[in-house]
Design a protein around this ligand. Sequence first.
Ligand SMILES: Cc1cc2nc3c(=O)[nH]c(=O)nc-3n(C[C@H](O)[C@H](O)[C@H](O)COP(=O)(O)O)c2cc1C
Length: 159
Amino acid sequence: MAEKRILVVYYSRTGVTETVAKNLAERLGAEIEAIAEERDRNGAVQYMLAGKEALMESLPPINPPTEDPANFDLVVLGTPVWAFKMASPMRSYLAMNEGKFREVALFCTHRGSGGKGTFESFEKVLDIQPVAVVDFHEKSVRSGEFSGNIDEFLERLAE
Ligand SMILES: Cc1cc2nc3c(=O)[nH]c(=O)nc-3n(C[C@H](O)[C@H](O)[C@H](O)COP(=O)(O)O)c2cc1C
């Protein structure tokens, strides 16, 4: 059988989720796509707005993605946790690509709340179940330790 074509898609405001995404993409031999926006999300006001968007399940504008997820066997989706849910730009990406995913796996980064609510927020909008999920505490990513069970996650993707 031909090798699986894998795409890692992530949103990252401050670089934590990006670190995990790059690590996973390298280990999986995957293509990688960052969800980008025109706006600047730095500062306290933007932090508050981001939380509100996540809670309200808003769909902020994002730049057009380069890759079409329909061209991949598996898409690995990564987001920071915002108010116990996915970050709003990830929600916009999913809305833009509805029905295009054959298989998905999910990861998130957070400051202690874990991934449960965030994975549920994906499951509410995706019409397929993820093959694997994993979450990472921000601290463990910044220290390079990666507390989440990354090996088990990768093993499940290889099945
Ligand atoms: C608006 C907002 C809401 C957040 N809500 C949560 C939360 O509910 N639980 C949590 O553990 N961390 C929360 N965080 C922290 C981020 O999930 C964490 O810092 C993440 O690793 C940042 O990833 P990034 O650098 O890729 O943006 C929040 C951060 C922001 C900006």
